[in-house]
Design a protein around this ligand. Structure first.
Ligand code: 5GP
Ligand code: ZN
Length: 117
């Protein structure tokens, strides 16, 4: 069910602490941790603690929580002293989504090409 922890979800396991992660920020509703396979000098994932399968489902079911995630991407960028950065929500396997728990990638610390690949 939307919002409930899922036994087979990697990021729910990071939320409950059963899988370790390098956590950089935590609020009552979100956590931010370093990506295990960074694509830029700063590559942090911001996730809601509650399980939603992707950004669209999160925004539809819990818009205030979606806003919390977005606010935290800014806080991460500030902490990492990023003047320019990119926030990415890969949505759907064709766009590269591999973990089905909504997450924002915060990427920065190098030049970022546009359009993305
Ligand atoms: P997606 O491809 O779904 O947009 O992003 C999933 C991200 O999760 C990938 O960038 C991947 O490197 C990262 N990731 C996968 N497994 C782990 C893990 O166990 N720990 C951390 N910190 N990141 C992970
Ligand atoms: Zn989950």
């Amino acid at each position: 069910m939307a919002g409930e922890p899922q036994d087979d979800c990697l990021f729910c396991k990071i939320v409950d602490g059963s899988i370790p992660a390098t956590i950089v920020r935590e609020t009552g509703t979100t956590i931010a941790f370093r990506d295990i396979n960074p694509q830029a000098p700063t590559h942090v994932l911001v996730i809601p603690k509650a399980h939603h399968r992707d950004a669209a489902a999160l925004a539809a079911a819990a818009p205030e929580l979606a806003a919390d995630v977005l606010r935290e991407t800014q806080a991460v960028a500030d902490e990492e002293k990023l003047e320019s950065y990119r926030i990415v929500f890969n949505t759907g396997s064709g766009a590269g989504q591999t973990v089905w728990h909504a997450h924002a990638h915060v990427l920065g610390g190098r030049g970022l090409d546009w359009p993305p690949g």
